[in-house]
Design a protein around this ligand. Structure first.
Ligand code: TYD
Length: 235
């Protein structure tokens, strides 16, 4: 199945790793350097149905790991079909705060379901759509927990072993598939982390001529540069 002419980037990492901030900053930069429409979104909750599912899975009654995995998969199926694929078909850059690897890390790693089954279910739900680049903001769960504010949700209450298993799963998947993953230490300053993401992504996506801009924004902006027609999904 073709994913259209756009390209698809996901952010992953533990709760409190700073994904939301970095998705926003990267989206602004990508719009500038590619000249394309940039859609920033998230899972769960990137659609109206997803907002309902997010409330149920994070703040609703307790549920078993299989029901939890199915709710995240339902959110993902609807998100991809109604928002991500249409945007890719328009030629947009789509940047999502969490995707399939979160299900493998949390429902397989954390909840100890089968990794192959959880991944297979997400691939079925999305028709096999995979990001061209997945940025892992890696942070020790104990450090991330100290950054969080407000009442913890169902997943945040799952305990330190759960979150350690989720982190280990992310790291193992990243080292098994280095051509898709970009691992960034998320303990530095926002500026340093964002610069590193931009430099690495520019190299991956052939945006090399604008690398300088990633580190020190120029006053005058060059013409938008073409980016490769890749999404990284199954063709
Ligand atoms: P997130 O939006 O990052 O949390 P918040 O905005 O509350 O900091 O993620 C929501 C939670 O859902 C997070 O604990 C991770 C979990 N999650 C899964 O367990 N499986 C999944 O497939 C996804 C997408 C998220």
């Amino acid at each position: 199945m073709s994913n259209g002419p756009g390209f698809f980037i996901s952010f992953e990492g533990g709760d409190g790793a700073g994904k939301t901030t970095h998705v926003r900053l990267l989206g602004e930069w990508l719009a500038e350097v590619t000249g394309r429409e940039v859609v920033t979104t998230r899972e769960p909750g990137g659609t109206a149905l997803g907002v309902e599912l997010r409330r149920l899975v994070q703040h609703g009654e307790d549920m078993g790991p299989r029901a939890e995995a199915l709710l995240y998969a339902a959110d993902r199926a609807h998100h991809v079909a109604s928002l991500v694929r249409p945007a890719l078909a328009r030629g947009a850059v789509v940047v999502t705060d969490r995707y399939l690897d979160s299900s493998v890390a949390y429902q397989a790693g954390g909840r100890e379901l089968s990794e192959a089954e959880v991944e297979g279910m997400s691939l079925w739900a999305t028709g096999g759509l995979l990001p061209v680049v997945t940025v892992l903001l890696d942070v020790d769960p104990a450090v991330a927990a100290r950054r969080r504010t407000g009442d913890p949700d169902r997943l945040e209450r799952a305990g330190s072993d759960f979150h350690r298993r989720a982190r280990d799963t992310f790291l193992r998947r990243a080292s098994a598939e280095p051509e898709r993953w970009l691992v960034v230490d998320a303990t530095g300053s926002v500026d340093d982390i964002q610069s590193q993401i931009r430099v690495d992504l520019a190299a991956r996506l052939d945006l090399t001529p604008v690398v300088d801009e990633a580190v020190a924004p120029r006053k005058q902006h060059p013409e938008p540069r073409a980016v490769p027609e890749r999404t990284g999904g199954l063709q």
